[in-house]
Design a binder for this molecule. Structure first.
Ligand code: IPD
Ligand code: CA
Ligand code: CA
Length: 282
């Protein structure tokens, strides 16, 4: 389905309005949170700010695009599953940070059209940075065009990753990957907000990002912003990215093949305690 650029631009403005309204809610609650609950898995939190911000976003979308379908973290699937327009909403990406008053979190609003991410807005209300993009329209931060970094060597890169809430229940918990990539690069950050991770790769503050256990609302917006900023998004092995897989490899493009190769050859975690094997790994 081909969407007229003017229509895409008007959806972008709509998403921006919703992100600003939600961001204001997050700022209002930030210093006086009263309700912090676990949603099920240990550490998977929800606060009254998540719910209030999501309600504001839904309100804006219901008013202007009432026929569109919505997948929102706190409310689930809303509307007609067969509608080609599906909004993926994370009203507060970085809830653990937010609940601890660690100021790295964002509102993330993405739009898929026939299953393909085509538009994204990520708003960080604490730094007042608005990242936006739509297919073919480029990516910006606070209206200025953004681009991925030019770092070509994995050894000179700064990466970011995250650890999903099921990390206590599975050995596929990204710990071994984290150790290996920390060893191979200038560093691996763990921000606690997948959308901000993608936005920061998009504007060149970071060179690459990988993570498992993600949901569509974590990454739909960021994927569009990164691609429009010149980045590459795939599965770990370099095959086509699948939103439902929960896994993403997102980079400036230059280090993509090397990072993909590293992720497919991660040594077992006990290697770091073995002096001989350790010294051969770089
Ligand atoms: C989480 C953050 C975090 C990532 C988790 C996500 P939430 O989202 O994006 O960086 O590691 O996998 O679930 O719960 O703060 O919206
Ligand atoms: Ca999230
Ligand atoms: Ca969230």
């Amino acid at each position: 389905m081909i969407v007229d650029p003017n229509q895409l631009q008007s959806f972008l403005d709509l998403a921006t309005e919703a992100a600003y309204v939600a961001g204001a809610v997050l700022q209002d609650y930030a210093d006086n949170l009263k309700q912090i609950q676990e949603k099920g898995r240990p550490g998977d939190l929800v606060t009254e700010a998540d719910k209030a911000a999501e309600a504001k976003i839904l309100d804006v979308l219901h008013r202007f695009v009432p026929d569109h379908a919505i997948l929102a973290e706190e409310s689930g699937q809303i509307g007609d599953r067969h509608n080609p327009f599906l909004w993926a909403i994370d009203p507060l990406d970085g809830t653990t940070n937010y609940a601890h008053r660690y100021p790295i979190s964002a509102v993330s609003i993405g739009l898929m059209i026939e299953g393909i991410p085509q538009l994204g807005v990520i708003y960080d209300p604490f730094r007042q940075e608005l990242f936006r993009a739509a297919s073919g329209l480029g990516a910006t931060c606070n209206q200025h065009p953004i681009q991925v970094s030019a770092t070509r060597e994995l050894e000179k890169s700064l990466l970011v990753t995250g650890f999903a809430y099921d990390r206590h229940q599975t050995v596929d918990n990204n710990y071994a990957e984290f150790c290996y990539l920390t060893h191979l690069t200038q560093g691996v950050r763990r921000s606690g907000s997948a959308s901000m991770d993608l936005a920061y790769v998009a504007c060149g503050r970071l060179d690459g990002y990988w993570e498992r256990g993600l949901s569509p609302w974590d990454v739909t917006a960021g994927v569009v912003i990164l691609q429009e900023a010149g980045g590459t998004v795939t599965a770990y092995d370099g095959s086509a990215f699948d939103l439902r897989s929960g896994r993403i490899l997102a980079t400036n493009g230059q280090i993509h093949a090397r990072l993909s190769q590293a992720l497919q050859n991660v040594p077992p975690i006990n290697v770091w305690a073995d002096g001989d094997r350790f010294s051969k790994l770089r």
